[in-house]
Design a binder for this molecule. Structure first.
Ligand SMILES: Nc1nc2c(ncn2[C@@H]2O[C@H](COP(=O)(O)OP(=O)(O)OP(=O)(O)O)[C@@H](O)[C@H]2O)c(=O)[nH]1
Ligand SMILES: [Mg+2]
Length: 362
């Protein structure tokens, strides 16, 4: 899973990337406006993994992971540094993202971009416009190609092209009215059809308002939540970066002092995970306690496949216990004697937090 961090120049993308990934990428004194990409993989914070690890004392504890890509180079002026649409490099980096983390400046900038003051809604809309324009260009090119292709298409092909044309025209109309593609109702067939296009406004989006340390007054986020597959939260980027770079002991003290249970970033990472429609199941044992990622609604055999293709191929049964039952029982032996371990078949729908043991034979 990859999340692309995007935003206008100097919105604090790299600051939030550093906080999320404990990296030390250079934050900007000024913006070059060029495309630069920083990449890092982070653990998904999950207290359940810590608790299971305390219970089983494994040699190794492995968390679920998400990759973040900090992508600069969107200008918010309807053009890249080359003057026409988004830079090819930016577009490539964005296209392979499964979701976008949109950073919006809500702090007073010292970089001379603040003549017009702090206006998160204005900045967010400027960012959306770049994404909308990029999608519209792809849609328009596709419409031209379909129209050309229809002239020489056989009857059976023509019907499929006709359907796609109708969908693309619907997208064009929506995008021209500033509506992101993810707001539209689509059938499953239509969703499959558009997957290859990697439309930017079709990607689930997490909007982060990067607020100043002494300022918590962004409260109205309804205008963001009005969009589908869109979440919003306020984060103090500079402060989070400081916290993330502290030694663990200092971090604990600092959080206590401010009455915080955990860094704000943890909630952000979890929310990204949810927005992507993902969940975790666990495997436990003396060797390893591990969180695995599957999409919500995955079956037992799909979960087995996430561990190893052999486990899916030779799947016999899954031994399943819910996280809560496991905690209540305390040990696997107790769970077994209390009959809390269930045997489930291939089609069992895995629940978030299930602990699985796959029986297989290859
Ligand atoms: N006061 C304050 N300053 C911040 C905050 N976040 C970022 N900054 C400052 O804003 C400037 C730009 O931050 P970056 O994180 O480099 O912004 P960026 O979006 O990565 O910039 P580009 O990559 O050039 O587009 C830096 O000087 C940061 O120190 C914040 O939450 N509060
Ligand atoms: Mg940057």
């Amino acid at each position: 899973m990859e999340i692309g961090i995007v935003g206008l120049p100097l919105a604090g993308k790299t600051t939030i990337f550093n906080a999320l990934t404990r990296s030390q990428a250079q934050t900007a004194g000024y913006s070059s406006g060029r495309c630069e990409v920083h990449t890092a993989v982070v653990d998904v914070p999950d207290p359940r993994v810590d608790i299971l690890s305390e219970m089983f004392h494994p040699r190794k504890t492995t968390r679920a992971k998400i990759q973040f890509n900090d992508i600069s180079g969107i200008t918010g002026k309807g053009q890249g540094s080359n003057g026409g649409g988004l830079d090819a490099q930016v577009l490539t980096a964005l296209s392979k993202s499964d979701a976008l983390l949109q950073v919006v400046r809500a702090f007073a900038s010292e970089q001379g971009i603040d003549q017009e003051g702090i206006d998160p809604q204005r900045d967010w809309e400027a960012l959306q416009l770049d994404l909308l324009i990029s999608d519209l260009a792809i849609v328009e090119r596709r419409i031209e190609r379909i129209e050309a292709g229809m002239k020489k298409a056989r009857a059976d092909e023509a019907a499929a092209l006709q359907r796609e044309l109708a969908l693309m025209r619907r997208f064009a109309e929506a995008l021209e009215a500033n509506t992101p593609i993810r707001d539209l109702d689509m059938t499953e067939e239509e969703q499959t059809l558009i997957r290859g296009f990697q439309f930017l406004t079709a990607k689930p989006s997490m909007v982060v308002f990067n607020a100043a340390e002494n300022d918590g007054h962004i409260t109205d986020l309804d205008w963001v939540h009005a969009h589908k597959q869109t979440s919003a939260l306020v984060l103090k980027g500079a402060l989070e970066m400081e916290i993330a770079q502290m030694p663990p002991e200092d971090m604990q003290l600092f959080l206590e002092e401010y009455g915080l249970a955990e860094p704000g970033l943890n909630a952000l990472v979890r929310e990204c995970y949810r927005l992507l429609g993902l969940m975790s199941f666990f495997t436990v044992g003396e060797d390893e306690v591990r969180a695995w990622t599957v999409r919500q609604g995955a079956t037992a055999v799909e979960a087995a496949g996430a561990i190893h293709s052999d486990l899916a191929r030779g799947f016999i049964r899954a031994e399943v216990i819910s996280y809560d039952d496991m905690i209540a029982c305390g040990t696997m032996a107790q769970a077994r004697s209390q009959g809390k371990l269930r045997l489930e078949g291939k089609q069992y729908i895995v629940q978030d937090g299930d602990i699985l043991n796959i029986r297989f034979n290859v």
